[in-house]
Design a protein around this ligand. Structure first.
Ligand code: GDP
Ligand code: ZN
Length: 456
């Protein structure tokens, strides 16, 4: 494919020791040569080497620079790529970018480098989406999921399933083309077998969707409880526990504003956190109806009680408001004399976890974190080779594919003519293809890539 040459700053904007201006396209080396002066021109440098020299504006030295030259096709975009490493701050990186633009490069749109990698066939769409998730990953586990996707783990699974469907279609073709060849029975069994295999595998993938989505998007969490029970303390201890919350890795130009807390790899998105901090009482501040709504929409509710006080009617009302929701009950202040009836608390909890803590003494927080983690991640999340589906677009397509393969199965069972069954099978094949960007509409591609950060 033919593209113009694009350029952008590909390191985080802000105070970094090194800034990188990246160029990609047929003219990348030629344009860079116009603003570079070293021992010899860049056009004479071997591919995949780094040279030292100056970035020049006419006869004026602008910057001292290390320049990497990577010629197509073994590059991220599969085009010629030049990366100019400047050590100056933002100002000098910007100057270098401006010079590149002045000499014929075009400013890259957000995500355009990754888009080219996709359009030039180096990565598929699910891998490109993985790149975006990687940039935005909120915990190390979320990063692993994204990385697996970038490495093509999901793509491989999808390819296997599509291959199985293709073989099925092929065997149906044989049957249609040579009806005298009495393969009817064989075909029926084979179809059912393949369709079962595909459905099972789609189910497995969908089985990871819940966890995958939580890892990708975080779990919306609300902390509730009467004034003074320890809500702010709980929030603080969850925040303090936290080993780096990954919100901004190199290459990101946008900050994630929402507040995430990393609990054993589960990103909790604390809803209404500011509210807890400021007014202490959500009900008073936003009204009963509205707060019920907030609770209903939460994926996890941490209900805090006071160990040193008897259960009040307010506590009972809170339990009523969170009936049938995902709740962990925290009985806090175990360091003071017990006044609460724990049996009654367990009754009200209706089988949902009850954890006792003394936040002031930092006791019980481990148990609480385990309870949170095991509520959402039964089994072993660490196991490195699981394929997670985390992206809503992928999940929706898998669900559709599941329903078309089920249609195919019941058609086979009902003895529907085989060329009609073929339609459902082909449709399943297409739906799975959309996950990896096969036959997706151009406008969807534009929309997906526009969500990227600049310089990626
Ligand atoms: P909130 O009103 O629910 O947000 O409660 P806070 O977190 O602001 O805590 C209210 C008071 O209880 C503060 O003085 C805390 O220091 C204290 N507190 C919090 N946790 C504990 C605990 O485990 N034991 C004791 N004794 N006091 C606690
Ligand atoms: Zn408070």
């Amino acid at each position: 494919m033919e593209f113009d040459t694009i350029a952008a700053i590909s390191t985080a904007l802000g105070e970094g020791a090194i800034g990188i201006v990246r160029l990609s396209g047929d003219e990348a080396v030629a344009i860079a040569d116009k603003i570079y002066k070293g021992a010899k021109p860049l056009s004479e440098a071997a591919s995949h080497t780094i040279v030292y020299g100056y970035i020049m504006d006419g006869e004026t030295r602008v910057e001292e620079a290390m320049v990497s030259i990577m010629r197509a096709p073994r590059t991220f975009t599969r085009e010629d790529v030049v990366e100019i490493n400047c050590h100056g701050g933002l100002v000098s990186v910007n100057k270098v970018l401006k010079l590149a633009l002045k000499h014929g490069a075009r400013l890259a749109e957000p995500g355009e480098f990754t888009k080219r990698a996709f359009l030039n066939g180096r990565i598929d769409l699910s891998q490109a989406e993985g790149v975006m998730d990687l940039i935005r990953a909120k915990t190390d586990k979320a990063m692993n999921v994204a990385l697996g996707q970038v490495e093509g783990r999901l793509s491989k699974k999808i390819a296997t399933l599509r291959q199985a469907l293709l073989e099925t279609v092929a065997s149906v073709e044989v049957n249609i083309d040579y009806p005298e060849y009495d393969a009817e029975v064989v075909t029926h069994d084979l179809l059912i077998e393949k369709a079962n295999f595909v459905e099972r595998e789609i189910d497995k993938l969908l089985g990871t969707a819940n966890q995958g989505k939580i890892l990708r998007e975080g779990l919306s969490t609300v902390i509730v409880g009467r004034p003074n029970v320890g809500k702010s303390s709980l929030l603080n201890s969850l925040v303090h526990e936290e080993k780096a919350i990954v919100t901004d890795i190199a290459g990101t130009t946008r900050d994630v504003i929402e507040e995430y807390v990393n609990v054993r790899g589960v990103p909790l998105r604390l809803v209404d956190t500011a509210g807890i901090r400021e007014t202490e009482d959500m009900v008073e501040r936003i009204g009963v109806e509205r707060s019920r709504q907030v609770l209903k929409e939460a994926e996890l509710i941490l209900l805090v009680l006071n160990y040193g006080e008897e259960l009040s009617s307010e506590d009972e009302a809170l339990f009523e408001a969170v009936k049938h929701l995902n709740v962990i009950v925290i009985v806090n202040k175990t360091d003071v004399e017990q006044r609460i009836d724990l049996n009654r608390v367990r009754e009200l909890a209706e089988g949902r976890p009850v954890v006792t803590t003394s936040l002031i003494k930092d006791e019980g927080v481990d148990e609480l974190e385990s309870a949170i983690a095991s509520l959402f991640f039964e089994g072993d999340l660490e196991s490195g080779d699981a394929t997670y589906v985390s992206n809503s677009r992928h999940i929706a397509l898998l669900e559709q594919a599941k329903s078309t393969i089920q249609d195919a199965k019941s058609a086979i069972d009902m003895g529907v003519p085989i060329d009609l069954v073929q339609i459902d099978i082909t449709r399943t094949w297409e739906l799975l293809g959309e996950i990896i960007g096969d036959s997706v509409h151009e406008s969807l591609i534009d929309q997906l890539f526009s969500q990227f950060c600049l310089g990626k």
